[in-house]
Design a protein around this ligand. Structure first.
Ligand code: S3P
Length: 172
């Protein structure tokens, strides 16, 4: 099966946007950051959306936005960390295109997120030690959804170059 859309999924801080932009450039495809797309449509940051309307409202926006993307071709979507884990979104993602789970350990995610908490409402107010517990617990809960991805890229163990070459077997 060959795909004309790639969805990057994985925990906050795993590098979805960085890899997504790089892949889009290499393939000559468009890049969409789902969070940025939602922020633009709503005219509010993710933090303000959470504060004003709550998490459920945001999760419904994610689902609505995914469904709206179905008619586009040749694009890479960097999903939010929770996107595949709510409202059957992983099934929608797997119907629309090629899903890739960028897998990292709790320790690596923790090191990366320590300095990047501020714009992420789920962790913004946690102390470092509470954030580590949150990552550990949430990653375990979410793994069941993340691991439904068509491909898993373990960026601590695999070379990015080899992985990108392998992706070519899956795309049009
Ligand atoms: C979230 C991850 C964020 C953003 C929101 C909720 C999550 O995206 O969608 O803050 O539930 O893990 P990033 O993974 O791009 O940080």
């Amino acid at each position: 099966m060959k795909f004309d859309k790639i969805f990057l999924i994985g925990f906050m801080g795993c590098g979805k946007s960085t890899l997504g932009k790089k892949l889009a450039k290499q393939l000559g495809w468009n890049f969409i950051d789902l969070d940025a797309f939602i922020e633009k449509k709503e005219g509010k940051s993710i933090s303000v959306i959470f504060k004003d309307h709550g998490e459920d409202y945001f999760r419904n926006l994610e689902t609505k936005t995914l469904n709206q993307l179905s008619e586009r071709s040749f694009y890479i979507v960097s999903c939010g960390g929770g996107t595949p884990c709510f409202n059957n979104n992983i099934e929608i993602i797997n119907q629309l295109g090629m899903s890739v789970y960028i897998k990292l350990s709790t320790d690596t995610l923790y090191e990366r997120l320590k300095s990047e908490k501020m714009n992420r409402p789920l962790i913004a107010n946690l102390t470092d030690s509470k954030m580590k517990l949150f990552i550990d617990k949430t990653l375990k809960q979410r793994a069941v959804f993340y691991e439904k991805a068509i491909e898993i890229f373990n960026s601590e163990l695999q070379s990015e170059e080899k992985f990108v070459k392998r992706l070519n077997d899956f795309i049009v």
